[in-house]
Design a protein around this ligand. Sequence first.
Ligand SMILES: Cc1cc2nc3c(=O)[nH]c(=O)nc-3n(C[C@H](O)[C@H](O)[C@H](O)COP(=O)(O)OP(=O)(O)OC[C@H]3O[C@@H](n4cnc5c(N)ncnc54)[C@H](O)[C@@H]3O)c2cc1C
Length: 380
Amino acid sequence: MDFKQALEKIDRERFFGEEPFASKKTLAAIYSPTYAVTCPYLFTIALAENAIENGVELLLDTEVVDLKTKDGRVSEVVTSKGIIKSSLVINAAGVFADDIAQMAKAQEYTIHPKKGATILFDKQTAKFINHPMSHLKLPKKQHYKGGGVMVTVDENIQWGPTQRESDDKNDVSVSESDLEDIFNRYTMLIPDFPYAKLIAYFTGLRASTFTEDFIIRPARSIDGFIHVAGIQSPGLTAAPAIAKKVLGIIKDMNISLKKKDGFVAKRKKPVVFRDCTSKRKHELVKQNEMYGNIICRCETVTEAEIVNAVHGIVPARTVDAVKRRTRAGMGRCQGGFCLSKVAEIIARERDVSVESVTKKGDDSFLFFGKAKCLLSDNTD
Ligand SMILES: Cc1cc2nc3c(=O)[nH]c(=O)nc-3n(C[C@H](O)[C@H](O)[C@H](O)COP(=O)(O)OP(=O)(O)OC[C@H]3O[C@@H](n4cnc5c(N)ncnc54)[C@H](O)[C@@H]3O)c2cc1C
């Protein structure tokens, strides 16, 4: 596709027909018909589930802590749950890719995370924006990372992300200045936007290298080790092309690969109750009464969907894992009403105590005992 096909100039009249709430200072717009929005976590979960159906073994909550080499080649991956023998390792560890490469004595770059803060608005604001938009400042004086205002696949409006260097690979905090930065940049695009309807903000870390480019190649100093590092934006979009490139590298290593017989190309879509017709909803409730019990009122998520997620192909074991599969807790109240109910369902289905259920793994515990015990004499 050439440049002319990829972009289209839109005059003011057509632009305001499509985007009536945009700033009246807009002179013209450029439309990119090939631009698309996906849901990064549902996309990734779908790929992981499909990989498992095709024979991949996925180890959750398993940290790579060391890599062993023998005769100039990787030989073992040491994990928090045991050793995996392997003569081929693909290093796709995001912001930690340089640390993993160092374990294999193949550190050929360093990762310098760049924080990207984003804010999310209530679905009620969806009418204010019909297309992802950003402003183009002319003349272009410096390189700046995209970002803009957009509608997510779930019809929330999202503003951002920012770009800020960080020296902490675990810092996903959002500061006051991040929020100011976003508001300063985008309120001018949609002046009457009801920005008090903000419901959430969060940060992601881009795995940047000093060359600001993807590093997809075999290690120079050790055999059997492939770098897939520096995969910052647009790494998600580029993922299928990156996979093809890695496949080519493996072939060049003379490792014989056999096409899988009976490859499962499709994945069964989970039931999304809120999207069903009334007739289908009645059928579902008849089949399983847990479809009649709404746990998340903001997003209309049923008990049955949460149970399905907990027992899914990639099981959801934490409150955030359930949230990313079902949207329970992603609505206006951000889990204020349903969080404890979701935790109880996870505990019940996994046969563990509710106190052991975490927000997102590790020590992100949500409960520390029963509140009413504080009223009794026995406060131990
Ligand atoms: C704010 C922001 C906006 C973005 N916007 C876009 C966009 O619009 N379009 C687009 O295409 N891309 C976008 N991206 C980029 C995209 O998210 C990344 O390119 C993509 O997630 C990189 O995937 P990855 O698998 O290489 O790394 P990651 O997604 O970071 O995955 C790395 C994995 O390795 C695991 N790991 C690390 N160390 C260890 C260890 N020692 N043991 C076990 N596991 C380990 C981590 O837990 C993680 O699961 C954006 C990124 C950010 C931060």
